[in-house]
Design a protein around this ligand. Structure first.
Ligand SMILES: C[S@@+](CC[C@H](N)C(=O)[O-])C[C@H]1O[C@@H](n2cnc3c(N)ncnc32)[C@H](O)[C@@H]1O
Ligand code: SF4
Length: 451
């Protein structure tokens, strides 16, 4: 790998879990337009995807970039679960004429979903799936290994929440101290064995590179442990350090952060180790074991991307429930109120808790398809007008990518090279007309570095 490319391409770029990215949204649709969009596009055979945001965590991790509230008061969950149930009831009334829709998938994210008791999970699941589950229903939960209880796991199995994601981040003691998240390897090893013995369908590990005190040696040691356990999926995120926006990150010691080439080498080292253990590089920051749900979807060109990352089976409607959650339909995006207390009071009064959003233009939808194809399959097919648009406006950028061997371009097809895969975000930005329109502007949204 030519490491001079890191300095050339390491710049702030969206992660493209949606298009347009949230900072480029122009305003929420009216409640009636939003509901009409759902009613028109709902297909009972495809069902709807649900995302539930559980914002509570008992302790603060200093690197955290998620939307969360730190509290040890477990009783706070009751009002929140009540609000989630009310929000679902309002959405059924508004968008589905009182007829609960069929559910294709449910994803619990956080914060820490296992802040909720097993009883509350059961109560919520029963309420959410009144309209039935699709035949290939997928249930997924993000889990904090430090606080998960065995009763949670047996309840998850019973409820069909069979895909588990563990927040690992790093196994090195020093790194764990620096990020204020202590979870010794034996704890993870024991949890992993329990999950395997309960036959969960897939286990994902979240890890991060670019954390304070990480070196190539600590990464090698962390990945030796990861590969000994052998999760089905590995998400290896680039640490997004935005301390002016995320005040908790002021606790991170800047002088210990690996940056630029040093940070990129951590990614390359881990990537070579996981690939040597036959994991498939399925897309941005994600690796999957052969035979796992994501690697099969990748090989069969079924892989898709949503706000929650890579997925195998996405409906055209995503309904987000909970503070800060995002909903998506072919018509528009909406985001819920982020403040937990305000969110709860809006739901308890029977109001939709939407605050912001974006009505999708035809140009947005075209760009969304191109970015999805690039990030999920590593190639895109361009129409004549898309080709001439790129050649007219972005000839120089395109030529640089081709010269650096990141991209092959022939006729109407663009194909990422092996060398180009880590620079996927930069190449996706070719299709981002909102980013292009803001280039050169003195102020604007802040994105994390692409490397
Ligand atoms: C939305 S969080 C929720 C998971 C759960 N709360 C936990 O930490 O175990 C999902 C993942 O985002 C990643 N993450 C959090 N903050 C990040 C940051 N600043 N930069 C990159 N990844 C981050 C972590 O890997 C984390 O496991
Ligand atoms: S990283 Fe996860 S557990 Fe830690 S504060 Fe953020 S959301 Fe909570």
């Amino acid at each position: 790998m030519d490491l001079s490319l890191v300095a050339k391409y390491d710049r702030p770029i969206p992660r493209y879990t949606s298009y347009p990215p949230v900072p480029f949204w122009t305003g929420a649709p009216s409640p009636s337009l939003w509901a009409q969009g759902l009613a028109e596009h709902y297909d009972p055979l495809r069902g709807v995807d649900l995302y539930l945001h559980i914002p509570f965590c008992q302790e603060l991790c200093s690197y955290c970039g998620c939307h969360r509230v730190i509290t040890k008061n477990l009783a706070r969950q009751d009002a929140y679960v009540e609000a989630l149930s009310k929000e679902w009831t309002s959405k059924i009334q508004n968008a589905f004429n009182g007829q609960p829709p069929r559910i294709n998938s449910i994803h619990f994210g956080g914060g820490t979903p296992n802040f909720l008791t097993p009883e509350n999970f059961e109560k919520l699941l029963n309420h959410l799936t009144q309209g039935g589950k699709s035949a290939h229903f997928i249930g997924a939960v993000e889990v904090d290994p430090r606080t998960i209880k065995e009763e949670h796991l047996t309840t998850f199995k019973k409820l069909g929440l069979s895909r588990i994601s563990l927040g690992i981040q790093d196994f090195d003691d020093r790194v764990q101290t620096e990020i204020k998240r202590i979870q010794p390897y034996p704890l993870i090893e024991a949890l992993f064995k329990t999950l395997r013995s309960l036959n969960f369908e897939s286990i994902n590990f979240d890890l991060i590179y670019g954390l304070p005190a990480q070196t190539e040696a600590t990464i090698e040691d962390t990945f030796a442990k990861v590969l000994t356990l052998g999760p089905d999926h590995i998400a290896f995120y680039s640490y997004a350090h935005l301390p002016t926006k995320l005040k908790n990150q002021l606790l991170i010691k800047e002088n210990l952060l690996p940056r630029g080439v040093d940070k990129f080498k951590l990614f390359l080292r881990a990537r070579s180790l996981v690939k040597a253990s036959s994991y498939v590089d399925i897309g941005m920051d994600h690796f999957a074991r052969p035979g796992s749900p994501l690697s099969k979807a990748f090989l069969e060109r079924r892989l898709q991307r949503s706000f929650m990352g890579y997925t195998v089976q996405k409906s055209n409607i995503l309904i987000g429930l909970g503070a800060s959650s995002i909903s998506a339909s072919p018509v528009a995006y909406v985001q819920n109120e982020k403040d937990v207390k305000l969110y709860e009071s809006l739901c308890l009064q029977g109001n939709l808790p939407h605050t912001t959003g974006h009505i999708l233009s035809p140009q947005d939808k075209e760009a969304e398809t191109l970015i999805q194809d690039l990030m999920c399959h590593g190639d895109v097919r361009l129409s004549e007008s898309q080709k001439s648009d790129i050649q007219n406006h972005l000839k120089e950028d395109l030529q640089e990518f081709i010269k650096d061997d990141l991209l092959h371009f022939s006729d109407d097809q663009m194909i990422l090279t092996e060398k180009g895969r880590p620079f996927m975000r930069n190449i996706a930005a070719l299709f981002d007309h909102h980013l292009r329109a803001r280039q050169g502007a003195a102020t604007g949204p802040r994105f994390s570095q692409s490397i």
